[in-house]
Design a protein around this ligand. Structure first.
Ligand SMILES: Cc1cc2nc3c(=O)[nH]c(=O)nc-3n(C[C@H](O)[C@H](O)[C@H](O)COP(=O)(O)OP(=O)(O)OC[C@H]3O[C@@H](n4cnc5c(N)ncnc54)[C@H](O)[C@@H]3O)c2cc1C
Length: 392
């Protein structure tokens, strides 16, 4: 693509930042990405990629590589903690492609980060600067100017049309530049580990996502066949007891206990934060991804929202005269959807963790649902298409 004469600076080479870089570079923009870490860093755990996000990644040319590194689960089975049979099996697999035009996949997040990074490297107009010690940015009539302290100790000054903060939940851009709100701690922890597939034979289906609902917790398990591992994510309040290196789940049902016994090591705790920022931009500086709207991960849509943000904002930045106008239009377009998804995620957290007797009513309703009922309920999430043409 011929150079557009436009240039942008992005803080953060996470999933949102790298998707943003690709989406801009595709239209010929020159992009500098400032990353605090020394390398691309994604914690070793799984990620569900729903059709609304996959559609964007496919358009960026990543579809085949994702297909090679991911699994398309046939279904998502929801079990009550003490039950042997699913309350409901939510059909995924082919129906997702048929209905939403893109698959529902699970993969290792480091593999997605690696694919994004390699795709960025193929663009001469993307420069990812790792190990950035500090940066400062000011907005002015002609765009932005950023002062950057590099890993080597050298400093440089870079000008661009706009600055995009994709620097995560505790975003320096939101807190330090836009004077936005601090992230709110939700008093829940996501515990994550990876277990060799063989250790869970007979406990976890090889081609499905298995979710266990318990009182005050839920456990999500899915295979990552390319790694010969199973991803486990356990969501609980932060005041639980520990048994050695892992959270204690006594009396949580035979199957959950068997899984926890097999998965006795490698658990890492991720405290859950949310970001509720009503302002996502000021002048020529704006926010995307968790920096703008971190949410609880109970609908598996946080990264998907960052990916959608990038695909929405890039054409606006390329097709609108000023970055300020592009950020304004982007926030107007994105905020209603992101808020609705954040609310759905929070509501799921309440429903998934219900104790007796509410859990009885919940289980009855879920049993009565057909295998496709969830698709009808969530069609608005998965069918969303942000499009990909430069705005005029
Ligand atoms: C347990 C759990 C499970 C989840 N599962 C899913 C799922 O299945 N599907 C899904 O869509 N979402 C899921 N999410 C949400 C998803 O992980 C996040 O929404 C997503 O990773 C956010 O990406 P990001 O690029 O916006 O931010 P981050 O991943 O936080 O990336 C920010 C980047 O900015 C860098 N950085 C930070 N500060 C600075 C700075 N000052 N200067 C320069 N660089 C900086 C960081 O080093 C990092 O590389 C889950 C979350 C959790 C906790």
């Amino acid at each position: 693509m011929a150079a557009s004469g436009r240039s942008f600076i992005i803080a953060g080479a996470g999933i949102s930042g790298m998707t943003m870089a690709l989406a801009l570079a595709k239209f010929g923009a020159t992009v500098v990405v400032l990353e605090r870490s020394a390398t691309v860093q994604e914690f070793g755990a799984g990620l569900q990629i729903s059709p609304n996000a996959r559609r964007v990644l496919d358009r960026l040319g990543l579809g085949e590589a994702i297909e090679r590194a991911s699994l398309e689960p046939q279904a998502l089975d929801v079990y009550p903690q003490h039950g042997q049979h699913p309350l409901v099996s939510m059909e995924l697999g082919a129906i997702m492609r048929e209905r939403f035009g893109a698959p529902y996949a699970v993969m290792h997040r480091a593999d997605l980060a690696d694919l994004l990074y390699k795709a960025c490297r193929r663009f001469a107009n993307i420069d990812i600067v790792f190990g950035v010690r500090n940066w400062d940015v000011v907005s002015h009539a002609r765009g932005v100017t950023a002062a950057i302290d590099e890993a080597s100790g050298q400093s440089r000054t870079t000008r661009a049309q706009g600055f995009i903060g994709a620097d995560g939940v505790h975003s320096q851009t939101r807190l330090g530049v836009l004077d936005g709100p601090a992230a709110q701690y939700r008093k829940r922890i996501a515990w994550r580990t990876l277990v060799p597939t063989a250790a869970l034979t007979g406990q976890i289906a090889a081609d499905r996502v298995s979710v266990f609902f318990g009182t005050g917790f839920h456990l999500v398990c899915y295979p990552l066949p390319h790694r010969n591992q199973v991803n486990l994510a356990l969501f609980m309040p932060d005041d639980i007891r520990m048994e050695g290196e892992q959270p204690s789940l006594k009396n949580s049902g035979a199957r959950v206990e068997a899984i926890m016994t097999a998965a006795s090591r490698g658990w890492t705790a991720w405290p859950m934060y949310t970001v509720e920022a009503s302002v996502w931009h000021q002048d020529n500086i704006g926010l995307i991804g968790d920096a703008a709207h971190a949410m609880v991960p109970f609908q598996a849509q946080g990264a998907a929202m960052g990916i959608e943000d990038a695909a929405t904002l890039a054409p606006l930045l390329m097709g609108t005269e000023s970055a300020e106008t592009a950020f304004y239009r982007y926030a107007k377009m994105r905020q209603p959807r992101v808020r609705r998804i954040a609310a759905l995620s929070a509501e799921n957290g309440r429903i998934f963790h219900m104790g007796w007797p509410l859990s009885v009513a919940r289980n009855t309703v879920m049993r009565l649902q057909g295998p496709r009922a969830h698709l009808d309920r969530l069609a608005w999430v998965y069918s969303h298409d942000v499009g990909d043409s430069p705005a005029t």
